[in-house]
Write a protein of this length. Structure first.
Length: 183
């Protein structure tokens, strides 16, 4: 019902349980594209799996611990952004994202993440926002850099996938750094 404009023809909206069929259809278009780069629990195979992801986020959202937001382009769900974790006690959150191939290359994730960062670091008063990705995920690292995040460290051979292990990058931006960029 409520949506925020991103660029031209795209909007950001809460992604909720009632979107399960649309989300499952989107995952059919996105699955193999995102599989190497996101947590395995997010890459479900059917409608029940898609609904379970939406329910998990809804329950954690109710506890102010996470959040899930879809990006619709020309009326089609093409991806989204999320608070993987939202921790008011620590003053810290982790942001994540994904797109199906048709959504890539339009600046949608940078625009959507800016909205999440502004809400977390300004409206909600958190101090840190983190971004974690496989070190060889150049498109994801580029988003973190575009958002003004700093690469704080690397966990070596943290991420098992396809019989190999990959380094994992930790990026973050602090509230004063975000405010300075906005000014
Ligand atoms: C990571 C991922 C979400 C990045 O998507 P993306 O489209 O590259 O990111 P953005 O929305 O920020 O868009 C940036 C691209 O849009 C282009 N763009 C066009 N207009 C733009 C604008 N107004 N502002 C910023 N970028 C713009 C940029 O040039 C860039 O494209 P390029 O890299 O080909 O030059 C996507 O590659 C993806 O879903 N990958 C698989 C899953 C994944 O890795 N998820 C993250 C796990 S950590």
């Amino acid at each position: 019902m409520f949506s925020l404009p991103l660029r031209n023809d795209a909007v950001l909206r809460p992604l909720e349980i009632w979107h399960a069929e649309e989300f499952a259809a989107h995952l059919d278009r996105a699955r193999e594209h995102i599989r190497p780069w996101v947590g395995p629990a997010f890459v479900t195979d059917d409608l029940d799996g898609a609904r379970a992801t939406l329910r998990r986020y809804a329950e954690r959202r109710a506890g102010d611990q996470a959040g899930l937001f879809g990006i619709w382009r020309d009326g089609t769900l093409v991806g989204g952004v999320m608070f993987v974790d939202f921790n008011t006690a620590l003053g810290s959150c982790e942001i994540g994202c994904w797109l199906e191939p048709a959504g890539e290359g339009h600046g949608l994730i940078t625009a959507a993440c800016s909205i999440l960062l502004d809400w977390a670091l300004t409206t909600r008063g958190l101090h840190r926002a983190e971004w974690r990705c496989r070190a060889d995920n150049a498109r994801s690292s580029a988003v973190a850099e575009r958002l003004g995040m700093t690469l704080e460290g690397v966990q070596r051979e943290y991420w098992p996938y396809g019989g190999a292990r990959y380094d994992k990058q930790y990026w973050a931006i602090l509230a004063p750094e975000w405010q300075a960029r906005r000014a």
